[in-house]
Design a protein around this ligand. Structure first.
Ligand code: TXA
Ligand code: MG
Length: 322
């Protein structure tokens, strides 16, 4: 019964909302990747998320809300935060802000930090679930900690199926890359995680450059940003121009297909949006080919390319934890 994949229709969303209120975990689609959700105000339910994902307890979770009104109860929003919310919510932008003193969001969600990450998803199923649950939803990506994020219900089932009470299936997610995470806690805004909204678009709205993680002090960087993350079983070889026939290949742009164990072009036309949407599913497919190494052809470091290259570098990094 656990881990059952069900269609994301009205009836199942209503059922899922009740399950959330009862403290269960429900996996649901967002416009970025699938999330594993729990009532953010229920400490035990939130603890179950960490357990289900095998996630280190020092890595805080994103709280999903319907919009500004709910966000104001949980976080302290600066003028810059409000401008960004107006420009990008609902959508793939997560803001890390100070917690309000009165919020009933579990401390565990924030991993003990005085801050909270807020995002309003732009997906009808995620929004209907938020409305049915009448609660803010703590929801990390619905994959085992350190694995590639899940962009399809079947990936959720394969990774953490047994831990979710239900998996609401609405097909492949549209963007395929997680939200951009920006810290607006104090001082200069920091890009904690490049994501589905390019940094340039955010900088335009706040009229200020975002510090990159390398430039910000340690205390500001995203606690969950382990160097090794999003890791497939196979090794990744980045910026490859050639490959051995025994390797699997993830190509981008006008690359001619040479013999390989498996070959997938994530965007023949060189479109970074299409490439982002295909990234995680392709890593899973190529990993399943059984190749020991996945060669990845170069991807430009502009727009969404910054987030794609970030995920690829993490997938290629030496493993820090199982
Ligand atoms: O697109 C997304 O953001 C997906 C969907 C499901 O919404 N969620 C997602 O969650 O990617 P997760 O838990 O896999 O990544 C959340 C990131 C982590 O890098 C975490 O460290 C950071 O946000 N984060 C959360 N709360 C934070 C806080 N209070 N301070 C700094 N970083 C925080
Ligand atoms: Mg994740």
């Amino acid at each position: 019964m656990l881990g059952r994949i069900v269609p994301a229709n009205k009836e199942w969303i209503a059922e899922a909302g009740q399950m959330i209120r009862a403290g269960a975990l429900v996996a649901f689609p967002t416009e970025t990747v699938y999330g594993l959700g729990a009532d953010a105000t229920n400490g035990e339910a939130v603890a179950r998320i960490f357990e289900a994902k095998g996630r280190p307890i020092f890595n805080p979770l994103i709280v999903h809300v319907l919009g500004l009104e709910q966000a104001l109860i949980i976080g302290v929003l600066s003028p810059a935060a409000r401008r960004l919310i107006e420009a990008f919510w609902p959508g793939p932008l997560t803001l890390v802000v100070p917690r309000t003193e009165t919020t009933d969001v579990s401390q565990l969600v924030s991993a003990g930090l005085p801050t909270v990450a807020l995002r309003s998803p732009d997906h009808p199923v995620a929004r209907a679930l938020l409305a049915e649950a009448h609660r803010p939803l703590a929801a990390p990506s619905a994959n085992r900690s350190g694995h590639v994020s899940a962009t399809r219900a079947e990936h959720v089932a394969a990774d953490i199926g047994g831990k979710a009470a239900l998996i609401l299936d609405d097909g492949p997610t549209k963007l395929g890359l997680e939200s951009t995470v920006v810290s607006l806690v104090d001082g200069a805004p920091v890009l904690l995680r490049p994501g589905a909204i390019p940094a340039e678009a955010i900088e335009e709205v706040i009229g200020e450059r975002l510090l990159r993680r390398e430039e910000a002090g340690d205390h500001l960087t995203s606690p969950g940003q382990l160097a090794s993350h999003y890791a497939p079983r196979a090794r990744l070889r980045l910026n490859a121009y050639e490959w051995k026939p025994s390797e699997a290949v993830m190509a981008f742009g006008a690359i001619s297909e040479q013999p390989a164990r498996a070959f997938v072009n994530i965007s023949e036309g060189g479109d970074l949006i299409e490439a982002a949407a295909n990234l995680f599913a392709t890593l899973r497919t190529l990993d399943a080919s059984g190749a020991d190494s996945i060669a990845v052809t170069p991807i430009p470091q502009k727009g969404l390319g910054e987030a794609i290259n970030d995920r690829l570098r993490r997938a290629a990094a030496p493993r820090e934890q199982p």
